[in-house]
Ligand binder design. Sequence first.
Ligand code: UDP
Ligand code: MG
Length: 344
Amino acid sequence: MKYERMQADRNSRSTPPPTQVGGAPTFSVVAPVYNEEALVEEFCRRTALVLESLGEPFEIVLINDGSRDRSPLIMRSLHDRDARIKVINFSRNFGHQLAITAGADYASGQAVVVIDSDLQDPPEVIPDLVAKWREGYQVVYAVREQREGETWFKTFTAAFFYRLIARITNVNLPVDAGDFRLMDRKVVKALNSIREQHRFMRGLSVWVGFQSTGVPYKRHARTAGSTNYPLRKMLKFALDGITSFSYLPLQLATYLGFLAALLCLLFILVVFILRLGAASAQAAAFYGQAATLASVLFIGAVQMISLGIIGEYVGRIYDEVKGRPLYIVAEALGFEHKGEERES
Ligand code: UDP
Ligand code: MG
C-alpha cells in the first residue's frame, strides 16, 4: 500500500509534460546540441529542407545541453527566424540521453525522429524512416552499415559493446543501431512514462515493444567540432546500458565465488600433497605460507570485484530512490506552455 502511494506520488512528481494541443505537427525532429556552434545551423537547414520535401507540418526541437560555446545564441536566432525551430535550454549539461528524454517530452509530432545534431546521422535518411512508418512500423531505427572517420578503437569497442549487450541483456537490441530512430506517438508516450534516472534510451525504446524495423544508412564523419563522448563517458554509458537490462554482472559474483571455492579446494589438495612429500619441516612450512598468502589475496580480489559490481547497482538504486527530476529546463522557446509548467 505504502509502496503504491510512493509510486503514485512519484509519478505525479515526474509526469511528462502534456503534449501540445491544437496544430500538432506530423513530424518532430529531436536533436541534442552540446557545443555544436559550427554545425547546428547547417543541421537545421538540411533537416528543414528534408522535412519540407515531405510536405507536412513539422517542428525541430533542439535541446541545448548546457553548451559553453556560441550554439545557444545561434539556436535562439534560428528560432527567431523560423518558429518551427523550437529550443529547450537546460540549466547545465545533463548528458545526451537526458537531452533526448527532454526532446521526447516536449515534442508533439505524430512521429518523433531522434537524431544527432552533428550531422553524423544524415537528415536525408529521415524520408526512408518515414516510409517504413507509413507502412505501419512504430519504431524505425537507422542501422549503421558503415562508419566513416571513426578511430579503429571506437569502431571496435562499439561493435563489441553492441554484441555484448545483445548477448547478456533480455531486450533484443538491434546490433549497430544508435539513437537515430523514428518513433510513433504511441511509443513516445510509453517511453515518456518511464522516468528512470540512468536512461539507456535505445534499450528502452525496444523494451516498450511495438512493431519495429531497421533501415541501413552510412554514418558520416564529423566535419567540425569534436566528439563529446570520451572514454570515461562511453564506459558509463555502457555500464548504464548493461545494468539497466541485465543482472548478469550480479550473477557473475556468484560464479566467481564458486570458482574461488573450487580453486581453494584444489589448493588444499596440492598443499597437502606437497607437504606429504616435503623433504624437511622447513620446506613444508614454506609451502604452507605461500599457499596461504596466495589464497588470501585471491579471495580478497574476488570479494573486491563482487563488491564493485554490487556497488554499480546500489549507486543506481540510490539515484532512483532520490527521485530527482531528470533534467532542469532553464528556458523553453516556441512551446505553447511555459517552461516551468513543462518541467519534468
Ligand atoms: N551531446 C549532448 N550532450 C552531451 C554530449 C553530446 O547533447 O553531453 C550531443 C551532441 O551535440 C551530439 C550528440 O549528442 O549531437 C552525439 O554526441 P557526439 O557526437 O559527441 O557523440 P559520438 O557521435 O561521437 O558518439
Ligand atoms: Mg557525433
